[in-house]
Design a protein. Sequence first.
Length: 258
Amino acid sequence: MTHFSNPLRRIWEDGRTAVNGWLAVPSVLSAEAMAVAGWNALTVDMQHGTADYSDLLSLLPVIEKSGTTPLVRVPWVDEAAIMRALDAGALGLIAPMIETAADAERFVSACRYPPEGNRSFGPVRARLAWGPDYPARANEEIVTLAMIETKSAVESLEEILKVPGLTGVYIGPADLGSAFGFGPGFDRQEPEMLELIEHIRRTAAAANLVCCLHCGSASYARGAAERGMNMVTISSDARFIEAGAADTVSAFFGDDPR
């Protein structure tokens, strides 16, 4: 019998950058279409996406079947949401709006079984998906990523990175840009934002933790990977549909009035 192992952690152990897809649409068909594309990980977004808990029970098996690591961005640092996502089979969680070490400690504690945390035992689906040794190995295999997207988070970054059990940080460039007066958006080009993102990456690397970045395009994501990001997310299923539909309709009509 093979031991429960998180493929995303193995990628990082090999020194490679993972590429992550983003699911805002709670559709089994679109999730499968994304999964077969070859992402290293796929994140179900429960903060700004439209999935709820029942959707996880449909989406996570589809992701798993493809060999892609299933991640979930929880709506907030809420123990109930965190534990339910893990019990449903997520192998990693992204927590939004982490601003202090206390926030990070609360997040990580909810992800880890005692004595390392306060996760309640009941991996109702996770043990079916990942095998009988899941409970024994979950603490060391589950990925915990704290989103850095506010001024307070940047100011507390070094303390956040000291929290035991934290895997790393996930930069949210839209909220981070807004916090620093540049407005929301991906693929930042402002010199101040580029330096801020690099500061976060360097600080995480110095703490031997991973740093991840949400990107809007493959070209920007490739550049971020070349600069040392450990995981890059590229756009989302909803944005792919929007862009593909707009391109197709535009190509059909051209310059003709509709």
